[in-house]
Write a protein that binds this ligand. Structure first.
Ligand code: AMP
Ligand code: GLY
Length: 421
């Protein structure tokens, strides 16, 4: 069948890499794609902010499966539009994706369904929010309700910082409508992990546990980013995934079903493992990036078969198999990221890095200029290596990352330092 992927980052490169290996995949289109993805399929110029343009393209190209990967296009209702036009689309509907695009909705949902999470309150008035924040123990966590490119969360260390954050989100509308409502919540101490589950509306299959490294600097210092590297599987006790499934994932599926908005797609709860047990930090309703880059390296089953089963509600018939390998993905970013950065620098050494068969280099922010690969984003490449042990995966990923050069390249040196909970 013909397949369309929406998106153009490292996550979509990893999805394209895996989907292209499926015996079911004939033509593969990616909108907009990037310089790396074009070796796997056709990059398409399409106004993806316009659902109807995507539907028209999908009809014209006889698309049998559309995979909507980024959060903003799920929030835009692209899956709804494709489904209404009779095209199978992987991902939640706009209503189901609200678990990600409104943190206030997600908190309310968790309270209602007894899903463990940080204690919190939601505010739409700056004065009331500020009054409440000043009564909270420091640090206090302030979150913009809506999507904010991963920058809508501030862990305020002082009341002055809390006030400045509330002012910029609510009064100055730094993130537009996304920050007009805020969630103020308790700071959770513990070990952070990423959970992913394939969901078909009633049933879920959990992935092995992974870990992102969100801060830009080694030792989790500096500002939050989209993610500077991932490892999988994080070593957990046998019972762990079952507890997460029963206390988080299945209550979500049941709760969403009960309100007539069944959840299909990837449910990705960020989880803090605290002294008081697991607590959900947030819900994402899509593959994580760069979690996806690591996951695609160790997924053994046919991804297309699984995605179709999620759409069709037949996940119980599919056997999802993972390899026994460990995987490490190190993101190479532009100097200055996650703040302002320059682009257009030539990238060298990708072929050298991929000379080791355990390595795949996924493109995130790249473009082609005069036949050369150049940087075109904050996160430029995801260098992913598998190994028989966590140590081997880490070592190979860094050996490969060191072979790649572009001006201003920055990466964390401690991805894969901790493989336990
Ligand atoms: P979010 O967008 O909600 O995932 O938040 C971004 C990052 O901020 C998370 O990945 C955590 O590292 C951190 N964070 C969010 N909420 C909390 C919290 N309540 N306690 C501690 N850290 C948090
Ligand atoms: N890696 C974090 C995210 O995709 O939200």
């Amino acid at each position: 069948m013909n397949i369309l992927i929406i998106g153009g980052g490292g996550r979509e490169h990893a999805l394209a890499w895996k989907i292209q290996q499926s015996p079911q995949c004939e033509a593969l289109y990616i909108a907009p794609g990037n310089a790396g993805i074009q070796t796997l399929g056709e990059n398409v110029v399409l106004d993806i902010k316009d659902n109807q343009a995507v539907v028209d393209f999908a009809v014209a190209k006889n698309i049998g499966l559309a995979v909507v990967a980024p959060d903003d296009y799920l929030a835009q209702g692209m899956v709804d539009a494709l489904t209404s036009a009779g095209i199978k689309a992987f991902g939640p509907t706009k209503a189901a994706a609200q678990l990600e695009w409104s943190k206030a909705f997600a908190k309310e949902f968790m309270k209602k369904h007894g899903i463990p999470t940080a204690q919190s309150e939601t505010f739409s008035s700056f004065d009331t929010a500020l009054e409440y924040a000043r009564t909270q123990t420091l640090p206090v966590v302030i979150k913009a309700d809506g999507l904010a490119l991963g920058k809508g969360v501030v862990i305020a260390q002082t009341y002055d910082e809390a006030e400045a954050t509330l002012r910029s989100f609510m009064a100055e509308a730094k993130f537009g409508a996304s920050g007009k409502t805020v969630v103020i919540e308790e700071f959770l101490e513990g070990s952070e992990i990423s959970i992913h589950a394939f969901c078909d509306g009633k049933d879920a299959v959990l992935f092995p546990v992974s870990r992102d490294h969100k801060r830009v600097g080694d030792g989790n210092t500096g500002p939050n980013t989209g993610g500077m590297g991932t490892i999988a599987p994080v070593l957990v006790p046998d019972w762990f995934l079952n507890v997460v499934k029963q206390s988080v994932v299945m209550p979500v599926l049941k709760g969403m079903n009960d309100t007539g908005t069944p959840f299909k797609g990837i449910l990705y709860p960020g989880i803090m493992v605290t002294n008081q047990g697991i607590k959900v930090i947030e819900f994402n309703t899509r593959f994580g990036d760069p979690e996806c880059e690591s996951y695609m390296r160790i997924l053994e089953s046919d991804l297309v078969e699984i995605l179709l089963a999620c759409v069709d509600g037949t996940l119980e018939n599919v056997n999802v198999k993972w390899s026994d390998d460990s995987v490490t993905t190190v993101m190479l970013a532009s100097k200055g990221y996650p703040e302002a950065y320059e682009k257009g620098f030539e990238v060298q050494g990708i072929n050298d890095a991929e000379a080791d068969s355990s390595v795949v280099v996924f493109h995130a922010g790249t473009a082609t200029k005069e036949g050369n690969t150049v940087t075109s984003g904050g996160r430029v490449l995801g260098v992913s290596a598998t190994g028989k042990t966590p140590e081997e995966a880490k070592k190979k990923a860094y050996e490969a990352a060191d072979k790649i050069h572009f001006e201003g390249k920055q990466n964390r040196a401690d991805i894969g330092a901790f493989w336990a909970l």
